[in-house]
Design a protein around this ligand. Structure first.
Ligand SMILES: Nc1nc2c(c(=O)[nH]1)N[C@H]1C(S)=C(S)[C@@H](COP(=O)(O)O)O[C@H]1N2
Ligand SMILES: [Mo]
Length: 528
Protein backbone atom coordinates (compact mmCIF):
# COMPACT_ATOMS: atom_id res chain seq x y z
CA UNK A 1 0.00 0.00 0.00
CA UNK A 2 1.65 3.24 -1.10
CA UNK A 3 0.90 6.49 0.66
CA UNK A 4 0.71 9.38 -1.77
CA UNK A 5 2.52 11.71 0.54
CA UNK A 6 2.94 14.54 -1.97
CA UNK A 7 -0.77 15.06 -2.52
CA UNK A 8 -1.90 14.51 1.07
CA UNK A 9 -3.02 17.63 2.88
CA UNK A 10 -1.44 18.44 6.26
CA UNK A 11 -4.55 17.37 8.10
CA UNK A 12 -5.70 14.33 6.18
CA UNK A 13 -9.33 13.36 6.52
CA UNK A 14 -9.32 10.35 8.86
CA UNK A 15 -9.27 6.98 7.12
CA UNK A 16 -12.15 4.61 7.79
CA UNK A 17 -11.38 1.97 10.41
CA UNK A 18 -9.64 -1.02 8.84
CA UNK A 19 -11.84 -4.03 8.14
CA UNK A 20 -12.17 -6.63 10.91
CA UNK A 21 -10.09 -9.25 9.17
CA UNK A 22 -7.02 -7.01 9.54
CA UNK A 23 -7.11 -7.93 13.24
CA UNK A 24 -7.29 -11.65 12.42
CA UNK A 25 -4.24 -11.42 10.15
CA UNK A 26 -2.40 -9.44 12.84
CA UNK A 27 -3.15 -12.27 15.28
CA UNK A 28 -1.80 -14.93 12.92
CA UNK A 29 1.35 -12.92 12.16
CA UNK A 30 1.88 -12.30 15.89
CA UNK A 31 1.71 -16.09 16.32
CA UNK A 32 4.32 -16.48 13.56
CA UNK A 33 6.59 -13.95 15.29
CA UNK A 34 6.24 -15.85 18.58
CA UNK A 35 6.84 -19.30 17.10
CA UNK A 36 9.64 -18.08 14.83
CA UNK A 37 11.59 -16.40 17.61
CA UNK A 38 10.85 -19.27 20.01
CA UNK A 39 12.07 -21.84 17.49
CA UNK A 40 15.23 -19.93 16.67
CA UNK A 41 16.14 -19.33 20.31
CA UNK A 42 15.38 -22.93 21.29
CA UNK A 43 17.68 -24.07 18.47
CA UNK A 44 20.45 -21.74 19.60
CA UNK A 45 20.02 -22.96 23.19
CA UNK A 46 20.26 -26.58 22.11
CA UNK A 47 23.24 -25.99 19.82
CA UNK A 48 25.27 -24.21 22.47
CA UNK A 49 24.22 -26.87 24.97
CA UNK A 50 22.40 -24.50 27.30
CA UNK A 51 19.50 -25.56 29.48
CA UNK A 52 17.93 -28.97 28.91
CA UNK A 53 17.99 -28.59 25.12
CA UNK A 54 14.24 -28.76 24.83
CA UNK A 55 12.41 -28.52 21.50
CA UNK A 56 10.88 -25.37 20.10
CA UNK A 57 7.34 -24.49 21.24
CA UNK A 58 5.40 -26.29 18.49
CA UNK A 59 7.32 -29.54 18.92
CA UNK A 60 6.98 -29.26 22.70
CA UNK A 61 3.23 -28.80 22.51
CA UNK A 62 2.91 -31.74 20.11
CA UNK A 63 5.16 -33.88 22.29
CA UNK A 64 3.27 -32.97 25.46
CA UNK A 65 0.08 -33.79 23.60
CA UNK A 66 1.35 -37.26 22.62
CA UNK A 67 2.22 -38.04 26.25
CA UNK A 68 -1.29 -37.14 27.32
CA UNK A 69 -3.11 -38.82 24.45
CA UNK A 70 -5.45 -41.56 25.62
CA UNK A 71 -4.63 -44.93 24.01
CA UNK A 72 -7.82 -44.97 21.87
CA UNK A 73 -6.87 -41.65 20.27
CA UNK A 74 -3.29 -42.84 19.70
CA UNK A 75 -4.62 -45.99 18.02
CA UNK A 76 -6.96 -43.91 15.90
CA UNK A 77 -4.13 -41.58 14.84
CA UNK A 78 -1.81 -44.45 13.94
CA UNK A 79 -4.66 -46.13 12.07
CA UNK A 80 -5.53 -42.97 10.14
CA UNK A 81 -2.05 -41.59 9.47
CA UNK A 82 0.22 -44.62 9.87
CA UNK A 83 3.85 -43.70 10.59
CA UNK A 84 2.95 -40.14 9.57
CA UNK A 85 0.96 -39.75 12.78
CA UNK A 86 3.64 -37.45 14.31
CA UNK A 87 3.67 -35.22 11.27
CA UNK A 88 -0.13 -35.14 11.24
CA UNK A 89 -0.02 -34.05 14.86
CA UNK A 90 2.46 -31.26 14.10
CA UNK A 91 0.28 -30.05 11.22
CA UNK A 92 -2.81 -30.24 13.44
CA UNK A 93 -1.07 -28.21 16.16
CA UNK A 94 -0.12 -25.52 13.64
CA UNK A 95 -3.68 -25.32 12.27
CA UNK A 96 -5.19 -25.09 15.76
CA UNK A 97 -2.69 -22.39 16.75
CA UNK A 98 -3.47 -20.41 13.57
CA UNK A 99 -7.19 -20.39 14.33
CA UNK A 100 -6.63 -19.46 17.98
CA UNK A 101 -4.30 -16.60 17.01
CA UNK A 102 -6.77 -15.26 14.41
CA UNK A 103 -9.54 -15.19 17.02
CA UNK A 104 -7.27 -13.49 19.55
CA UNK A 105 -6.35 -10.91 16.90
CA UNK A 106 -10.07 -10.11 16.47
CA UNK A 107 -10.50 -9.80 20.24
CA UNK A 108 -7.50 -7.44 20.46
CA UNK A 109 -9.31 -4.98 18.13
CA UNK A 110 -12.34 -4.85 20.39
CA UNK A 111 -10.88 -5.26 23.86
CA UNK A 112 -7.15 -4.94 23.73
CA UNK A 113 -6.33 -5.94 27.36
CA UNK A 114 -8.45 -9.09 27.13
CA UNK A 115 -6.85 -10.00 23.80
CA UNK A 116 -3.35 -9.54 25.15
CA UNK A 117 -4.17 -11.66 28.20
CA UNK A 118 -5.49 -14.44 25.93
CA UNK A 119 -2.35 -14.29 23.79
CA UNK A 120 -0.20 -14.49 26.94
CA UNK A 121 -2.21 -17.53 28.03
CA UNK A 122 -1.34 -19.30 24.78
CA UNK A 123 2.32 -18.50 25.53
CA UNK A 124 1.93 -19.94 29.03
CA UNK A 125 0.50 -23.17 27.58
CA UNK A 126 3.57 -23.36 25.30
CA UNK A 127 5.92 -22.83 28.23
CA UNK A 128 4.11 -25.44 30.32
CA UNK A 129 4.47 -27.89 27.42
CA UNK A 130 8.21 -27.22 27.21
CA UNK A 131 8.60 -27.68 30.98
CA UNK A 132 6.71 -30.97 30.89
CA UNK A 133 9.25 -32.54 28.50
CA UNK A 134 11.58 -35.15 30.02
CA UNK A 135 14.76 -33.53 31.25
CA UNK A 136 13.48 -29.96 30.90
CA UNK A 137 15.22 -27.21 32.84
CA UNK A 138 13.46 -24.03 34.00
CA UNK A 139 15.56 -21.99 31.57
CA UNK A 140 14.07 -23.95 28.64
CA UNK A 141 11.01 -21.67 28.84
CA UNK A 142 13.08 -18.60 27.93
CA UNK A 143 12.73 -18.98 24.11
CA UNK A 144 8.94 -19.31 24.31
CA UNK A 145 8.74 -16.49 26.87
CA UNK A 146 10.72 -14.06 24.70
CA UNK A 147 8.76 -15.19 21.62
CA UNK A 148 5.46 -14.47 23.42
CA UNK A 149 6.66 -11.02 24.49
CA UNK A 150 7.60 -10.25 20.87
CA UNK A 151 4.14 -11.42 19.72
CA UNK A 152 2.40 -9.20 22.29
CA UNK A 153 4.50 -6.24 21.18
CA UNK A 154 3.56 -6.92 17.55
CA UNK A 155 -0.16 -7.03 18.35
CA UNK A 156 -0.10 -3.76 20.30
CA UNK A 157 1.96 -2.04 17.68
CA UNK A 158 -0.46 -3.05 14.91
CA UNK A 159 -3.41 -1.53 16.75
CA UNK A 160 -1.37 1.60 17.51
CA UNK A 161 -0.28 2.02 13.89
CA UNK A 162 -3.81 1.65 12.53
CA UNK A 163 -5.11 4.19 15.06
CA UNK A 164 -2.35 6.55 14.03
CA UNK A 165 -3.21 6.15 10.32
CA UNK A 166 -6.81 7.03 11.08
CA UNK A 167 -5.99 9.98 13.30
CA UNK A 168 -5.25 12.34 10.44
CA UNK A 169 -2.23 13.71 12.34
CA UNK A 170 0.83 14.71 10.37
CA UNK A 171 2.60 11.68 11.81
CA UNK A 172 -0.04 9.40 10.34
CA UNK A 173 1.59 9.83 6.96
CA UNK A 174 4.55 7.82 8.20
CA UNK A 175 2.49 5.17 9.95
CA UNK A 176 3.25 1.75 8.65
CA UNK A 177 0.65 -0.01 6.52
CA UNK A 178 -0.72 -3.38 7.67
CA UNK A 179 0.76 -5.04 4.61
CA UNK A 180 4.20 -3.80 5.47
CA UNK A 181 4.10 -5.13 9.04
CA UNK A 182 2.67 -8.45 7.89
CA UNK A 183 5.42 -8.93 5.35
CA UNK A 184 8.12 -7.87 7.80
CA UNK A 185 6.78 -9.71 10.86
CA UNK A 186 5.62 -12.81 9.02
CA UNK A 187 8.78 -12.92 6.90
CA UNK A 188 11.08 -12.62 9.89
CA UNK A 189 9.04 -15.22 11.79
CA UNK A 190 9.27 -17.72 8.94
CA UNK A 191 12.96 -17.12 8.35
CA UNK A 192 13.67 -17.48 12.10
CA UNK A 193 11.72 -20.75 12.31
CA UNK A 194 13.37 -22.05 9.15
CA UNK A 195 16.84 -21.14 10.38
CA UNK A 196 16.09 -22.66 13.80
CA UNK A 197 15.04 -25.93 12.18
CA UNK A 198 18.08 -25.80 9.94
CA UNK A 199 20.34 -25.45 13.01
CA UNK A 200 18.91 -28.47 14.75
CA UNK A 201 18.16 -30.59 11.71
CA UNK A 202 14.75 -32.14 11.53
CA UNK A 203 14.59 -31.65 15.25
CA UNK A 204 10.84 -31.78 15.70
CA UNK A 205 10.49 -35.17 14.01
CA UNK A 206 13.54 -36.45 15.91
CA UNK A 207 12.14 -35.29 19.23
CA UNK A 208 8.77 -36.82 18.45
CA UNK A 209 10.43 -40.14 17.57
CA UNK A 210 12.43 -40.09 20.80
CA UNK A 211 9.37 -39.17 22.87
CA UNK A 212 7.50 -42.04 21.26
CA UNK A 213 10.24 -44.42 22.44
CA UNK A 214 9.92 -43.39 26.08
CA UNK A 215 7.25 -45.88 27.03
CA UNK A 216 7.09 -48.24 24.09
CA UNK A 217 10.13 -50.38 24.91
CA UNK A 218 9.40 -54.04 25.59
CA UNK A 219 11.03 -55.36 28.77
CA UNK A 220 14.58 -56.67 28.29
CA UNK A 221 15.17 -60.44 28.47
CA UNK A 222 17.36 -59.93 31.51
CA UNK A 223 17.05 -57.19 34.10
CA UNK A 224 20.19 -55.86 35.70
CA UNK A 225 19.98 -54.44 39.17
CA UNK A 226 22.62 -52.66 41.19
CA UNK A 227 23.58 -54.99 44.05
CA UNK A 228 23.23 -53.54 47.52
CA UNK A 229 26.59 -52.25 48.65
CA UNK A 230 27.93 -51.52 45.15
CA UNK A 231 27.38 -47.83 45.83
CA UNK A 232 29.04 -46.77 49.09
CA UNK A 233 27.16 -43.43 48.86
CA UNK A 234 30.10 -41.45 50.17
CA UNK A 235 29.54 -37.73 49.52
CA UNK A 236 31.91 -36.52 46.82
CA UNK A 237 32.48 -39.94 45.26
CA UNK A 238 31.05 -40.41 41.75
CA UNK A 239 27.71 -42.24 42.05
CA UNK A 240 27.94 -45.89 41.01
CA UNK A 241 25.33 -45.25 38.30
CA UNK A 242 25.84 -41.83 36.75
CA UNK A 243 22.55 -40.10 35.84
CA UNK A 244 22.21 -39.37 32.11
CA UNK A 245 22.25 -35.61 32.66
CA UNK A 246 25.62 -35.82 34.47
CA UNK A 247 27.26 -38.32 32.13
CA UNK A 248 30.45 -37.08 30.44
CA UNK A 249 30.12 -36.30 26.77
CA UNK A 250 32.82 -36.59 24.12
CA UNK A 251 32.33 -36.37 20.38
CA UNK A 252 33.36 -34.50 17.27
CA UNK A 253 29.85 -33.17 16.59
CA UNK A 254 29.56 -29.37 16.60
CA UNK A 255 25.80 -29.65 16.39
CA UNK A 256 24.41 -32.71 18.17
CA UNK A 257 22.84 -34.89 15.47
CA UNK A 258 19.10 -35.15 16.00
CA UNK A 259 18.16 -38.27 14.16
CA UNK A 260 14.55 -39.10 13.38
CA UNK A 261 14.35 -42.75 14.46
CA UNK A 262 11.45 -43.45 12.10
CA UNK A 263 13.68 -42.84 9.06
CA UNK A 264 16.91 -44.19 10.61
CA UNK A 265 18.42 -47.52 9.56
CA UNK A 266 21.49 -49.56 10.49
CA UNK A 267 23.35 -51.34 7.70
CA UNK A 268 25.83 -54.18 7.83
CA UNK A 269 28.18 -54.12 4.83
CA UNK A 270 31.65 -55.24 3.77
CA UNK A 271 33.01 -58.76 4.17
CA UNK A 272 29.67 -60.46 4.81
CA UNK A 273 27.68 -63.26 3.18
CA UNK A 274 24.64 -61.02 2.98
CA UNK A 275 24.34 -57.26 3.43
CA UNK A 276 21.67 -56.31 5.92
CA UNK A 277 19.70 -53.21 6.78
CA UNK A 278 17.41 -52.96 9.80
CA UNK A 279 15.09 -50.14 10.73
CA UNK A 280 14.01 -48.76 14.10
CA UNK A 281 10.90 -50.89 14.41
CA UNK A 282 12.90 -54.05 13.63
CA UNK A 283 15.62 -53.17 16.12
CA UNK A 284 13.08 -52.46 18.83
CA UNK A 285 11.40 -55.82 18.25
CA UNK A 286 14.62 -57.73 19.03
CA UNK A 287 15.19 -59.41 22.40
CA UNK A 288 16.97 -56.76 24.42
CA UNK A 289 19.76 -57.33 26.91
CA UNK A 290 20.57 -55.08 29.84
CA UNK A 291 24.17 -54.58 30.85
CA UNK A 292 26.04 -52.43 33.32
CA UNK A 293 29.02 -51.05 31.44
CA UNK A 294 31.47 -48.31 32.40
CA UNK A 295 32.32 -46.17 29.39
CA UNK A 296 35.76 -44.63 29.33
CA UNK A 297 37.47 -42.00 27.18
CA UNK A 298 41.07 -42.59 26.10
CA UNK A 299 41.72 -38.85 26.58
CA UNK A 300 41.13 -39.17 30.31
CA UNK A 301 44.11 -37.87 32.28
CA UNK A 302 45.17 -39.64 35.48
CA UNK A 303 42.55 -38.56 38.04
CA UNK A 304 40.24 -37.27 35.28
CA UNK A 305 36.50 -37.69 35.01
CA UNK A 306 35.92 -38.66 31.36
CA UNK A 307 34.30 -41.88 32.46
CA UNK A 308 30.89 -42.95 33.67
CA UNK A 309 28.87 -46.04 34.44
CA UNK A 310 25.34 -46.67 33.18
CA UNK A 311 22.86 -49.47 32.61
CA UNK A 312 22.57 -49.90 28.84
CA UNK A 313 19.77 -51.76 27.08
CA UNK A 314 20.37 -53.07 23.62
CA UNK A 315 20.52 -55.89 21.14
CA UNK A 316 23.86 -57.75 21.16
CA UNK A 317 25.99 -56.75 18.14
CA UNK A 318 26.90 -60.43 17.67
CA UNK A 319 23.27 -61.26 16.84
CA UNK A 320 23.16 -58.67 14.05
CA UNK A 321 26.56 -59.77 12.71
CA UNK A 322 25.36 -63.40 12.77
CA UNK A 323 22.51 -62.47 10.42
CA UNK A 324 24.99 -60.95 7.95
CA UNK A 325 27.54 -63.76 8.27
CA UNK A 326 31.07 -62.26 8.47
CA UNK A 327 33.51 -63.84 5.99
CA UNK A 328 36.69 -65.52 7.21
CA UNK A 329 39.65 -63.18 7.40
CA UNK A 330 37.70 -60.20 8.72
CA UNK A 331 39.21 -58.93 11.96
CA UNK A 332 37.62 -55.47 12.35
CA UNK A 333 34.21 -53.88 12.30
CA UNK A 334 34.22 -50.23 11.33
CA UNK A 335 31.18 -48.62 12.89
CA UNK A 336 30.06 -45.36 11.31
CA UNK A 337 27.88 -42.56 12.60
CA UNK A 338 25.39 -40.40 10.70
CA UNK A 339 27.88 -37.55 11.16
CA UNK A 340 30.78 -39.44 9.61
CA UNK A 341 32.67 -40.46 12.78
CA UNK A 342 34.06 -44.00 12.66
CA UNK A 343 35.48 -46.46 15.18
CA UNK A 344 37.45 -49.62 14.35
CA UNK A 345 36.62 -52.44 16.76
CA UNK A 346 38.22 -55.90 16.80
CA UNK A 347 35.50 -58.24 15.49
CA UNK A 348 36.37 -60.56 18.36
CA UNK A 349 35.10 -58.05 20.94
CA UNK A 350 31.79 -57.81 19.09
CA UNK A 351 31.25 -61.53 18.61
CA UNK A 352 32.55 -63.13 21.82
CA UNK A 353 30.27 -63.73 24.77
CA UNK A 354 30.62 -60.29 26.32
CA UNK A 355 27.54 -58.15 25.92
CA UNK A 356 28.65 -55.72 23.22
CA UNK A 357 25.42 -53.89 22.50
CA UNK A 358 23.61 -51.90 19.90
CA UNK A 359 22.29 -49.83 22.78
CA UNK A 360 18.98 -48.00 22.52
CA UNK A 361 18.48 -47.10 26.17
CA UNK A 362 20.64 -45.54 28.86
CA UNK A 363 19.55 -45.92 32.48
CA UNK A 364 16.06 -46.86 31.37
CA UNK A 365 15.53 -43.89 29.03
CA UNK A 366 15.85 -43.70 25.25
CA UNK A 367 19.43 -42.51 24.59
CA UNK A 368 19.70 -38.75 25.07
CA UNK A 369 20.48 -37.04 21.73
CA UNK A 370 23.93 -36.17 23.15
CA UNK A 371 24.61 -39.83 23.82
CA UNK A 372 23.60 -41.21 20.44
CA UNK A 373 19.83 -41.48 19.95
CA UNK A 374 18.47 -43.62 18.39
CA UNK A 375 21.28 -46.19 18.76
CA UNK A 376 24.95 -46.48 19.65
CA UNK A 377 27.51 -49.19 20.21
CA UNK A 378 28.77 -49.99 23.72
CA UNK A 379 31.61 -52.49 24.15
CA UNK A 380 32.81 -53.57 27.60
CA UNK A 381 36.57 -53.18 28.02
CA UNK A 382 37.41 -50.85 25.11
CA UNK A 383 37.90 -47.08 25.10
CA UNK A 384 35.08 -45.15 23.44
CA UNK A 385 37.12 -43.98 20.44
CA UNK A 386 37.51 -47.56 19.14
CA UNK A 387 34.05 -48.80 20.00
CA UNK A 388 31.28 -46.58 21.29
CA UNK A 389 29.94 -45.02 18.06
CA UNK A 390 26.92 -42.81 18.74
CA UNK A 391 24.16 -42.20 16.17
CA UNK A 392 25.44 -45.40 14.55
CA UNK A 393 24.27 -45.99 10.98
CA UNK A 394 26.57 -48.63 9.47
CA UNK A 395 28.80 -51.51 10.49
CA UNK A 396 31.38 -52.45 7.85
CA UNK A 397 33.02 -55.82 8.37
CA UNK A 398 36.63 -55.39 7.26
CA UNK A 399 40.26 -55.74 8.39
CA UNK A 400 42.71 -53.55 10.32
CA UNK A 401 44.89 -53.72 7.20
CA UNK A 402 42.18 -52.16 5.03
CA UNK A 403 40.41 -49.65 7.27
CA UNK A 404 41.04 -47.15 10.05
CA UNK A 405 38.79 -45.53 12.61
CA UNK A 406 38.53 -41.73 12.85
CA UNK A 407 41.25 -41.27 15.48
CA UNK A 408 43.88 -43.68 14.17
CA UNK A 409 45.35 -41.42 11.44
CA UNK A 410 45.27 -38.64 14.05
CA UNK A 411 47.87 -40.26 16.23
CA UNK A 412 45.89 -42.70 18.34
CA UNK A 413 46.43 -46.43 18.53
CA UNK A 414 44.23 -48.66 16.35
CA UNK A 415 43.69 -50.85 19.43
CA UNK A 416 42.21 -49.40 22.61
CA UNK A 417 41.74 -51.83 25.50
CA UNK A 418 40.97 -49.92 28.72
CA UNK A 419 43.91 -49.75 31.14
CA UNK A 420 43.56 -50.51 34.84
CA UNK A 421 43.34 -47.23 36.74
CA UNK A 422 42.08 -45.71 39.97
CA UNK A 423 41.07 -42.29 41.16
CA UNK A 424 40.71 -40.53 44.52
CA UNK A 425 37.45 -38.51 44.66
CA UNK A 426 37.60 -37.44 48.32
CA UNK A 427 39.28 -35.60 49.84
CA UNK A 428 39.97 -33.47 46.77
CA UNK A 429 43.47 -32.23 46.11
CA UNK A 430 44.18 -29.02 48.04
CA UNK A 431 41.41 -29.70 50.56
CA UNK A 432 41.80 -29.05 54.26
CA UNK A 433 40.46 -31.74 56.58
CA UNK A 434 40.21 -32.20 60.33
CA UNK A 435 42.62 -34.51 62.11
CA UNK A 436 41.17 -37.90 63.02
CA UNK A 437 39.16 -40.37 60.95
CA UNK A 438 38.92 -39.28 57.30
CA UNK A 439 37.32 -41.33 54.54
CA UNK A 440 39.63 -41.46 51.52
CA UNK A 441 37.49 -42.83 48.71
CA UNK A 442 37.06 -43.06 44.96
CA UNK A 443 36.67 -45.44 42.05
CA UNK A 444 38.84 -47.99 40.25
CA UNK A 445 38.29 -49.63 36.87
CA UNK A 446 39.61 -52.43 34.69
CA UNK A 447 36.66 -53.05 32.39
CA UNK A 448 36.02 -56.66 31.40
CA UNK A 449 38.77 -57.88 33.74
CA UNK A 450 37.40 -56.56 37.00
CA UNK A 451 39.07 -55.02 40.05
CA UNK A 452 40.44 -57.37 42.72
CA UNK A 453 42.27 -55.01 45.05
CA UNK A 454 42.84 -51.30 45.72
CA UNK A 455 45.61 -49.93 47.92
CA UNK A 456 46.27 -46.50 49.40
CA UNK A 457 49.56 -44.98 50.42
CA UNK A 458 50.02 -41.89 52.61
CA UNK A 459 53.34 -40.09 52.11
CA UNK A 460 56.10 -42.72 52.25
CA UNK A 461 54.10 -45.16 54.36
CA UNK A 462 53.24 -48.71 53.32
CA UNK A 463 50.53 -49.45 50.73
CA UNK A 464 47.45 -50.32 52.76
CA UNK A 465 44.42 -52.21 51.44
CA UNK A 466 41.24 -50.17 50.88
CA UNK A 467 37.78 -51.65 51.41
CA UNK A 468 36.11 -52.48 48.09
CA UNK A 469 32.42 -51.93 47.41
CA UNK A 470 30.38 -54.99 46.42
CA UNK A 471 31.38 -56.16 42.93
CA UNK A 472 28.54 -55.62 40.42
CA UNK A 473 30.22 -56.88 37.25
CA UNK A 474 33.71 -57.01 35.78
CA UNK A 475 32.50 -54.53 33.14
CA UNK A 476 31.84 -51.72 35.62
CA UNK A 477 34.00 -49.60 37.85
CA UNK A 478 34.24 -50.31 41.56
CA UNK A 479 34.13 -47.89 44.45
CA UNK A 480 36.58 -48.17 47.33
CA UNK A 481 37.15 -46.47 50.67
CA UNK A 482 40.11 -46.28 53.02
CA UNK A 483 39.68 -45.09 56.58
CA UNK A 484 42.59 -42.80 57.21
CA UNK A 485 43.74 -41.67 60.61
CA UNK A 486 44.75 -38.14 59.62
CA UNK A 487 47.44 -36.33 61.58
CA UNK A 488 48.09 -32.62 61.24
CA UNK A 489 50.32 -31.34 58.47
CA UNK A 490 50.45 -31.70 54.70
CA UNK A 491 50.10 -35.18 53.21
CA UNK A 492 50.26 -36.87 49.82
CA UNK A 493 47.73 -39.65 49.29
CA UNK A 494 48.11 -42.14 46.45
CA UNK A 495 45.98 -44.96 45.10
CA UNK A 496 46.62 -48.00 42.93
CA UNK A 497 44.39 -50.80 41.68
CA UNK A 498 44.85 -54.44 40.69
CA UNK A 499 42.78 -56.20 38.07
CA UNK A 500 41.36 -59.68 38.60
CA UNK A 501 44.44 -61.29 37.07
CA UNK A 502 46.44 -59.79 39.95
CA UNK A 503 48.19 -57.27 37.69
CA UNK A 504 48.76 -53.88 39.35
CA UNK A 505 48.13 -50.72 37.32
CA UNK A 506 51.16 -49.13 35.69
CA UNK A 507 52.86 -46.56 37.93
CA UNK A 508 54.68 -45.06 34.92
CA UNK A 509 53.51 -41.59 33.97
CA UNK A 510 52.24 -41.62 30.40
CA UNK A 511 50.03 -39.10 28.56
CA UNK A 512 46.66 -40.11 27.05
CA UNK A 513 48.01 -40.41 23.49
CA UNK A 514 48.35 -42.85 21.84
CA UNK A 515 46.48 -45.48 23.89
CA UNK A 516 45.52 -44.16 27.33
CA UNK A 517 47.21 -42.38 30.24
CA UNK A 518 48.91 -44.24 33.08
CA UNK A 519 50.31 -43.13 36.41
CA UNK A 520 49.37 -42.96 40.05
CA UNK A 521 46.66 -40.51 41.07
CA UNK A 522 47.95 -38.43 43.97
CA UNK A 523 46.17 -35.79 46.05
CA UNK A 524 47.76 -33.43 48.53
CA UNK A 525 45.68 -32.43 51.57
CA UNK A 526 46.21 -30.30 54.67
CA UNK A 527 45.15 -31.65 58.02
CA UNK A 528 44.39 -29.25 60.91
N1 LIG B 1 29.42 -40.38 16.45
C1 LIG B 1 30.39 -40.33 17.38
N2 LIG B 1 30.45 -41.30 18.31
C2 LIG B 1 31.41 -41.26 19.26
C3 LIG B 1 32.37 -40.24 19.27
C4 LIG B 1 32.29 -39.22 18.27
O1 LIG B 1 33.10 -38.28 18.21
N3 LIG B 1 31.27 -39.31 17.35
N4 LIG B 1 33.35 -40.22 20.25
C5 LIG B 1 33.64 -41.47 20.94
C6 LIG B 1 34.41 -41.26 22.14
S1 LIG B 1 36.02 -40.74 21.92
C7 LIG B 1 33.93 -41.53 23.38
S2 LIG B 1 34.94 -41.49 24.73
C8 LIG B 1 32.51 -41.87 23.59
C9 LIG B 1 31.85 -40.95 24.59
O2 LIG B 1 30.50 -41.27 24.72
P1 LIG B 1 29.55 -40.33 25.57
O3 LIG B 1 29.63 -38.95 24.97
O4 LIG B 1 28.19 -40.92 25.50
O5 LIG B 1 30.08 -40.31 26.98
O6 LIG B 1 31.77 -41.78 22.38
C10 LIG B 1 32.42 -42.30 21.24
N5 LIG B 1 31.46 -42.27 20.17
MO1 LIG C 1 37.00 -40.71 23.92
Amino acid sequence: MTVTASSAPATAPSEPPPPRWVGAVDGVVAGLVTVGLGTLLAAVFSVIGQAGGQPAPIAAVSGAFIDRTPPWLKDFAVGAFGTNDKRALLVGTVIALTVICAVIGLVVRRRMPLGLVLFSLVGVVGMAAVLSRPGAAVTDVVPTLLGTIAGLWFLRRGVGMDALRRSGDAASLHAESPTRRWVLGGGLGIVAAWFGNFLTGDSAAATASRDAAIDTAPPPSNVVTVPAGADLKIPGVAPFIVPNADFYRIDTAIVVPRVDATTWTLKVTGMVEKEIEIDWATLQSKPMQEAMITLMCVSNEVGGDLTGNAIWTGWPVRELLKLAGPKPGADMVLSQSVDGFTAGTPIEALTDDRNSLIAIRMNGQPLPFEHGFPARIVVPGLYGYVSATKWVSELTVTTFADAQGYWTPRGWSPMGPVKTESRIDVPSSGATVKAGKVAVAGVAWAQHRGISKVEVQVDTGPWEPARLAVDATIDAWRQWVYEWNATSGSHDIRVRAYDSTGQVQSPLEAPPAPDGATGIHTVTVRVN
